[in-house]
Design a protein around this ligand. Structure first.
Ligand code: HEM
Length: 412
C-alpha cells in the first residue's frame, strides 16, 4: 500500500475511468490522491480490501459526523467545492448507524424482490412502447439508443414509482442528471442546485395537495408524522433527490454498456441468442466490466484504521472505486480487462455496493435491464454500432454521451 510522495490526481472529467483504475492499482491497493479542488482522499481499487472496508463500522458515509474538514457544512469547502452536494445531502446514502437504518427503512419496503416483480407488466409495456417509437426511425437514420430508449425507460419507471408529476419530470431528471457532471464549474453546479431544490420544493407542495399511491406521497406522510417516522423536511427532499438520481442514471449506464459490449463482441451475443448463456450473465459481466457508478464520493474513517502496514487516520476521506474493483486481476486473472459473459467470476463485483449501503434498487435494475436487453435484441437482431463512443464527463457516472446504432432494418 502506498501514500507516495506525490499525490495522484483523480480526473474529474472521467475521460479514462478504467485506465485511471489501472494506474491507481499500479501504485497499490490503497493510494493517497486528490480530487478536484485539492481535496485529499484515499482511493481503494482492490476488491478484497473494498469488501472489507464496506462492512467495517469504522467507515462512515456521514461527513457531518466523521469528516472534520467539512465542519458540518460550515467550512469554506461547502461554498466552493464543486462536489459539495455529494456529501451535503441528508439522506440514507450520506448517513451512518441508526440514522441510516431509519432513513433506509422508509423506502426499503417499496423495493423488495416481491414488490419489484409486480412491476414487470408495466415495465414490459413501457419497453414495447419505446421500441415502437425507435422502430419508426426512417431507414438509413441512426438512433441514439441511450437517449431514445434507455433514458426514457429508466425515468418513466422511477418517475411512476415516485409519483413525479408529468409537467415537472423533464426538468427534474435533467437537473438531477447534471449533478453527475463532475467537472462542471462551481457556478454551474450551484445554479443547478438552487433550481433543483426550488423545483423539488414545488413538487412537495404539489404532492401535498394532490397525493397519490406513490413513494413521494408515502414520504410526505412520514414527514408529517415526524415524531413516529422521524423524517425531517430536509431529509424528505434529499431522499427524493437520491431516489431520482440513483434510480435512473445508473440503470441507463448499465443498458448503454451492456448493448455496447454485446455489439462489440457479437460472438457473445450469439451465445445468448443460442441459449448458451443468459441475460443475467450479460448483466453481471457488464456490471463487473463497466461499473455504472465508477466511484461514489465519499466515506470517512471514524477512527484510525490499520490495514496491513498502512493507517488511514481518523477523519480522512476515502473512495471505493467500484469500477477498479471489477477489473481486479487478483479476482478475475489476467483476462480481467476482457468482456466475457462466460467467466466463472462474473458475479464477483461490487457494482451494487456491499454492506449496509448496498443498492436498494438492485432487484428493480436487474429486472428492468433484462427486459430491456432481451426486447432490444429480439426486435433488432441486425443492430450494429454506428459510431465510436465517448465517455460522459464524470468520474462518478460511467456511461457514454450517446450510443449511436443502426437498427439493421429487420422490420418493414
Ligand atoms: C444498474 C443500476 C444500479 C447501480 C449500478 C447502482 C449502484 C449502487 C451502488 C454502488 C450503491 C452503493 C453506494 C455506496 O455504498 O457507496 C447504491 C446504493 C443505492 N441505490 Fe443503487 N444502483 C442502481 C440502481 C438503483 C435503482 C434503480 C435505485 C432506485 C430505485 C437505486 C437506489 C439506491 C439507493 C437509495 C441507494 C442508497 C442505499 C443506502 O445508502 O443505504 N439504485 N446503488
Amino acid at each position: 500500500m502506498t501514500g507516495g510522495s506525490c499525490p495522484f490526481h483523480v480526473d474529474a472529467t472521467g475521460s479514462d475511468i478504467q485506465g485511471e483504475g489501472r494506474r491507481l492499482r499500479e501504485r497499490g491497493p490503497l493510494v493517497q490522491a486528490q480530487l478536484t479542488g485539492g481535496v485529499a482522499v484515499w482511493m481503494v481499487t482492490d476488491y478484497a480490501l473494498s469488501m472489507r472496508l464496506l462492512i467495517d463500522p469504522r467507515v462512515s458515509r456521514d461527513a457531518n459526523l466523521h469528516w472534520p474538514t467539512w465542519q458540518k457544512g460550515e467550512s469554506e469547502l461547502a461554498e466552493t467545492w464543486p462536489l459539495a452536494q455529494w456529501v451535503s445531502e441528508r439522506n440514507m446514502l450520506n448517513s451512518y448507524g441508526p440514522d441510516h437504518t431509519r432513513l433506509r427503512r422508509l423506502v426499503a419496503k417499496a423495493f423488495t424482490a416481491r414488490r419489484t416483480a409486480v412491476l414487470r407488466p408495466r415495465i414490459e409495456a413501457i419497453v414495447t412502447e419505446l421500441l415502437d417509437r425507435v422502430a419508426a426511425t426512417p431507414a438509413g437514420h441512426v438512433v441514439d439508443i441511450r437517449q431514445e430508449f434507455a433514458y426514457p425507460l429508466a425515468i418513466r419507471v422511477i418517475g411512476e414509482l415516485l409519483g413525479i408529476p408529468g409537467h415537472m419530470s423533464d426538468d427534474m431528471f435533467r437537473m438531477v442528471g447534471d449533478m453527475f457532471l463532475t467537472s462542471a464549474s462551481i457556478e454551474d453546479v450551484q445554479a443547478n442546485e438552487r433550481a433543483l431544490y426550488a423545483l423539488v420544493g414545488d413538487m412537495v407542495v404539489h404532492k401535498r395537495e394532490t397525493p397519490g399511491d406513490d413513494l413521494v406521497s408515502g414520504l410526505i406522510n412520514a414527514s408529517e408524522d415526524e415524531e413516529s417516522a422521524g423524517l425531517s423536511e430536509l431529509e424528505l427532499v434529499d431522499t427524493v433527490l437520491l431516489m431520482i438520481g440513483a434510480g435512473h442514471e445508473t440503470t441507463v449506464n448499465l443498458i448503454d454498456h451492456a448493448i455496447h459490449c454485446l455489439l462489440t463482441h457479437p460472438e457473445q451475443l450469439r451465445l445468448v441468442q443460442e441459449g448458451e448463456a443468459s441475460w443475467e450473465d450479460v448483466i453481471n459481466e457488464a456490471l463487473r466490466f463497466e461499473a455504472p457508478i465508477a466511484n461514489l464520493p465519499m466515506r470517512f474513517a471514524v477512527e484510525d484504521i490499520e490495514l496491513d502496514g498502512v493507517t488511514i487516520p481518523k477523519g480522512d476521506a476515502l473512495i471505493i472505486s467500484y469500477a477498479a474493483a471489477g477489473r481486479d486481476p487478483a479476482v478475475h486473472g489476467t483476462t480481467s480487462d476482457t468482456f466475457d459473459i462466460t467467466r466463472s467470476t462474473r458475479r464477483e463485483h461490487i457494482s451494487f455496493g456491499h454492506g449496509s449501503h448496498r443498492c436498494i434498487g438492485a432487484p428493480l435494475a436487474n429486472l428492468e435491464v433484462s427486459l430491456a436487453l432481451s426486447a432490444v435484441f429480439a426486435r433488432f437482431p441486425g443492430l450494429s454500432l454506428a459510431q465510436q463512443v465517448r465517455p460522459m464527463e464524470s468520474f462518478v457516472s460511467n456511461g457514454h454521451r450517446e450510443l449511436l446504432v443502426d437498427l439493421g432494418r429487420e422490420e418493414a
